[in-house]
Design a binder for this molecule. Structure first.
Ligand code: HEM
Length: 140
């Protein structure tokens, strides 16, 4: 009998695990004045989007896309001036949140191999991009 390999999403505790990781991540953002200043006053809508996105990105139900359309993450980050420093902090806090939630290190390594380049891809501080807020826009 062949056994199904355990998915990263399962190892992260499913959608509930991702929920806890995102809460933890945002607590770290809130405690860092320079990171916090990049985020809007109300953190809840962003938290919800990040949760839906991560579950989908890890192979779970595509609820992010159902609600907001194509992720187009780099474009969605244009309104926020993101430098290499921010990408480094983002990755550090995300890794700390996964660690604090007991995700096995082997699973984390797989995830961060993909998250590392993705975070650096968001860097836009030297680019001439439109900075107009996008809000809850649906993209295709
Ligand atoms: C490089 C460092 C990053 C910084 C400083 C950053 C910062 C932000 C900020 C300020 C927002 C807006 C939050 C809000 O509207 O409440 C946001 C949204 C979001 N971020 Fe990032 N982010 C980074 C990297 C990433 C990465 C690597 C991912 C993917 C794993 C990601 C996924 C998202 C998602 C899904 C949203 C919601 C987009 C939307 O639908 O409007 N971010 N981010």
């Amino acid at each position: 009998m062949t056994r199904q390999a355990t998915s990263i999403l399962e190892l992260a505790g499913g959608a509930a695990g991702i929920f806890a990781i995102v809460e933890d991540f945002y607590r770290r953002i809130e405690a860092d004045e320079r990171m916090r200043s990049l985020y809007p006053a109300d953190l809840e809508p962003g938290k919800e989007k990040l949760r839906l996105f991560l579950v989908q990105w890890l192979g779970g139900p595509p609820k992010y896309t159902e609600k907001y359309g194509h992720p187009r993450l780099r474009l969605r980050h244009f309104p926020f001036v993101i430098g290499e420093w921010h990408a480094g902090r983002w990755l550090r806090y995300m890794r700390e949140a996964w660690t604090a939630n007991g995700v096995p290190v082997e699973a984390m390594n797989v995830v961060f191999e993909r998250l590392g380049p993705l975070a650096h891809h968001m860097v836009n501080d030297k680019d001439d991009v439109p900075r107009t807020p996008l809000g809850d826009v649906r993209l295709s």
